[in-house]
Design a protein around this ligand. Structure first.
Ligand code: TXA
Ligand code: MG
Length: 330
């Protein structure tokens, strides 16, 4: 049940310049009043987030978008009508009202209307947009369970609103509407196919083969480096991979999905059966739980890069601590 008293308390905290962690359907966020520069600065400090990595502004109505952006093109309106409330962040030309601390000096602003009763009630009770990055310290996986929020930033925020487990578990799709052909900067549960069905051709930004400056400054930063090595395992390669690793003297972990690997003797074992959406929902929580198990290596089942599988493989690669230093956001 929705605890509107507690959400009301959180709205008061925001009104008074505070910072609140709250659930959305994707991942938890740490929010502040979008127009409160000092509170926004505190979010950057709590996350130890580089100042050039801009924040998403969360709204509960289209009227709130009007105050943040200079112009909404027809195609962007179409995206809002089709996917909002939902896991799609739309990058638009920002209005002069948007504080520079939010945009990291860019002329654009990223906007999203979350599809979660706690998030939308909080924005409505505050009556204003809320700027919020994911509720993890920079370079950590985004929290999808309230316990993980408490563990990472719980002591530094003024309140944590509990929404249990996030329904999607992967951060929102980010689409930049400024190029002639809109560009997906970050993949998520709203897929390229779904977006193309709504507005026609879009491109998928690929950090690894891009020769141009990354559009999303967050894509440049050091990727999430877990305290174990990640070995991606295609579903038909489990037997062979386990043969290679089972006799190593290192503590290993298994994260499997379509294949119910029969090896619960390993130090960490998690099986997330079902659809790729269900796998995506449990992925970050599995990484965070695996970290506390003190393993050296996590064998992670890969999925086909189609549908939400594109976002899942993107997050697995970012977590993979490969040498390239250009993949992650915070
Ligand atoms: O699902 C989500 O999007 C979650 C929930 C809390 O809404 N938020 C989230 O925020 O993941 P964050 O800050 O962790 O990721 C925002 C991403 C970063 O990669 C950032 O660089 C990009 O969006 N971004 C923000 N503003 C941008 C802009 N004006 N232009 C391009 N990229 C932008
Ligand atoms: Mg983040």
């Amino acid at each position: 049940m929705l605890d509107t008293n507690r959400i009301g308390e959180a709205a008061d905290i925001l009104r008074n310049g505070g910072v609140v962690a709250f659930p959305t359907e994707t991942v938890y966020g740490i929010g502040a009043r979008a127009y409160d520069e000092q509170a926004i600065r505190r979010i950057f400090a709590i996350k130890a987030r580089p100042h050039n990595n801009p924040l998403i502004v969360h709204v509960a109505s289209i009227e709130q978008v009007d105050s943040l952006v200079a112009d909404i093109a027809e195609s962007a309106k179409n995206l809002m009508a089709t996917f909002w409330p939902g896991a799609l962040t739309i990058v638009l030309p920002g209005s002069a009202r948007v504080p520079q601390v939010i945009t990291g000096g860019l002329t654009t602003v990223a906007v999203r209307m979350p599809d979660h009763p706690v998030a939308s009630t909080l924005i409505r009770l505050l009556g204003e947009p809320i700027a919020a990055p994911s509720a993890n310290r920079s370079g950590r996986p985004s929290p999808t369970h309230v316990e993980h929020v408490h563990r990472d930033v719980g002591n530094d925020v003024d309140m944590v609103l509990d929404g249990g487990t996030c329904r999607i578990g992967l951060e929102s799709t980010v689409i930049d509407m400024s190029p002639d052909i809109p560009c997906i900067l970050r993949s998520g549960a709203i897929t390229i196919d779904m977006i193309q069905a709504a507005i026609g051709q879009v491109t998928l930004h690929s950090p690894s083969n891009s020769t141009t400056e990354p559009k999303s400054p967050g894509m440049q930063q050091r990727h999430y480096a877990p305290n174990f090595r990640i070995i991606p395992v295609p579903r038909d390669a489990w037997a062979q991979t386990l043969d290679e690793w089972r006799n190593s003297d290192k503590p290993i972990g298994i994260l499997c999905h379509r294949t119910a690997v029969q090896d619960e003797s390993v130090t960490f074992y998690r099986h997330i059966p079902g659809t790729d959406e269900e796998y995506g929902k449990g992925l970050f929580a599995a990484f965070l739980d695996a970290e506390t198990a003190n393993i050296d290596v996590l064998l992670v089942e890969t999925v086909k890069e189609q549908g939400v599988g594109i976002a899942i493989m993107d997050r697995i690669r970012r977590a993979q601590a490969i040498e390239k230093d250009n993949l992650n956001e915070s």
